[in-house]
Design a protein around this ligand. Structure first.
Ligand code: S3P
Length: 442
């Protein structure tokens, strides 16, 4: 348990957040399928990404962890075995709390000549897998939920011939899109995934730099398409993972909430499919500037944030929905906390996906913000926050959800009295050094 309260001074200085979780997972998986070695710096060594490493080691991939003697920088080397080099795992592949590992790895395993079994922790065993079972089955895969409840454990039968499909996903989900594209690497023809809005496109960017023939397009009806043609071998590359904008979001919020603060968050990934939080907060009056922008590959920048009073539009309302939602899906709990401190009503809509994350984030955010004195109501596809009521300290039930633990640690910085984060250890899922990095500023 960790106790936090309002700091006695503004937050000032530079912050370095750890590597991007989505990009780190993909660097291991795609490196495993490539010929030759892939060298990764900036890799996120959190429980989720270590689950991916563990699974690919079980699939016969050698993965080394070294520290460069010249500069002390940790480096992960993946000794890829090519698209057809994986070996059957002797035991069930355990993905811990990681939806990305479970879903993307399934897309790879359906194309292998051997059978596989996959499961994860109690949260993973409740998360919907029909969203990958349906399209992968359409491609000819043999994948099923062992308990028949559309959740993990999953059984995957090997030796299936896959066909390319045109798949219209009703929701924007990078995990679903990536699982289909990865299976598409082994299919007999073109694979196209359409989404109502472009979800994070790290798979497309990274697969293309490994040599795959894949790109994004806006379709005639306005939907976002990812198009992959199989047949190209993947070749090992060097990857430098930028800082994770989902982790930077906690420090952005902290600077916006504590009067007089000014933080410079260094080397953060600002891919447009991930940086919706910056656009939305700027519209609410946040003083945020991007410095040292580098657009090659995955765009990255330093983010300068200064304390700001957030507000709505003329009617003192602010609405967040539509195509902005997939670009900030993991940051919505933090945005809800910020909205509770803003002098306006904020409506978050089109975000029903929050219900099927590591916890039901509509219910768990509303529960904990209510405990802190906020005026907030849950809706079917989001929440309505009547901002401006002063927050007070409370005991936070994280439901073992890493993002809840971190966003309520930040909420504590603008609340009267003491806030206790119960089960704080779950931050290890995406950001093991979060509390030490935060304490340094307090
Ligand atoms: C992720 C995609 C998103 C996101 C998750 C990571 C990824 O999930 O919420 O934290 O790495 O592809 P969905 O695909 O379910 O939207």
């Amino acid at each position: 348990m960790i106790s936090l309260e309002k700091p006695s001074h503004p937050l000032k200085g530079d912050v370095f957040v750890p590597g991007d979780k989505s990009i780190s997972h993909r660097s291991i998986m795609f490196g495993a399928l490539a010929e030759g070695t892939t060298e990764i710096t900036g890799f996120l060594e959190s429980a989720d990404c270590l689950s991916t490493i563990d699974c690919f080691k079980k699939l016969g991939i050698i993965i080394d962890h070294t520290v460069k003697p010249t500069n002390g920088v940790p480096k992960i080397t993946v000794h890829g075995r090519g698209l057809h080099g994986l070996k059957a795992s002797a035991s069930t592949l355990y993905t811990g709390n990681s939806g990305t590992t479970t879903r993307l790895m399934s897309g790879i395993l359906v194309a292998q000549p051997f059978d596989s079994n996959i499961t994860g922790d109690s949260s993973i065993e409740k998360r919907p897998m029909s969203r990958i079972i349906k399209p992968l089955s359409q491609m000819g895969a043999d994948i099923s939920s062992v308990m028949g409840n559309d959740c993990a454990p999953l059984h995957i039968g090997g030796g299936c011939k896959l066909r390319g499909i045109n798949y219209r996903n009703p929701i924007a989900s990078a995990q679903v899109k990536s699982a289909i594209l990865l299976a598409g690497l082994y299919a007999d023809g073109e694979t196209v995934v359409y989404e109502p809005a472009l979800s994070r496109n790290h798979s497309e960017i990274m697969l293309a730099s490994f040599g795959a023939d894949v790109h994004n397009e806006i379709a005639r009806d306005g939907s976002a398409a990812a198009i992959l043609h199989p047949g190209m071998p993947l070749h090992g590359i060097k990857i430098n993972v930028p800082g994770d904008i989902s982790s930077a979001a906690y420090f952005i919020a902290a600077a916006l909430m504590v009067p007089g603060s000014e933080l410079l968050i260094r080397n953060v990934g600002v891919n447009k499919t991930r940086s919706g939080i910056l656009t939305v907060l700027k519209q609410m009056g946040a003083d945020i500037t991007l410095l040292n922008m580098n657009e090659s590959g995955e765009p990255r920048a330093d983010i300068l944030v200064k304390y700001s009073e957030l507000h709505g539009n003329q009617n003192n309302k602010f609405e967040i929905g539509g195509k902005d939602i997939p670009t900030m899906i993991d940051e919505l709990p933090m945005v809800a906390v910020l909205a509770a401190t803003a002098n306006c009503d904020t409506i978050i809509k089109d975000a029903a996906e929050l219900k099927v994350k590591e916890s039901d984030r509509i219910a768990t955010v509303v529960e904990n913000l209510t405990a802190m004195g906020a005026d907030i109501e849950a809706t079917d596809d989001g929440m309505i926050i009547h901002g401006g009521k002063p927050l007070h300290g409370a005991d936070i039930n994280t439901h073992n959800d890493h993002r809840l633990a971190m966003c309520f640690a930040i909420a504590a910085l603008s609340a009267d009295g003491i806030t206790r984060i119960l089960d704080d250890a779950c931050v290890g899922i995406s950001y093991p050094t979060f509390f030490t990095d935060l304490q340094r500023l307090l």
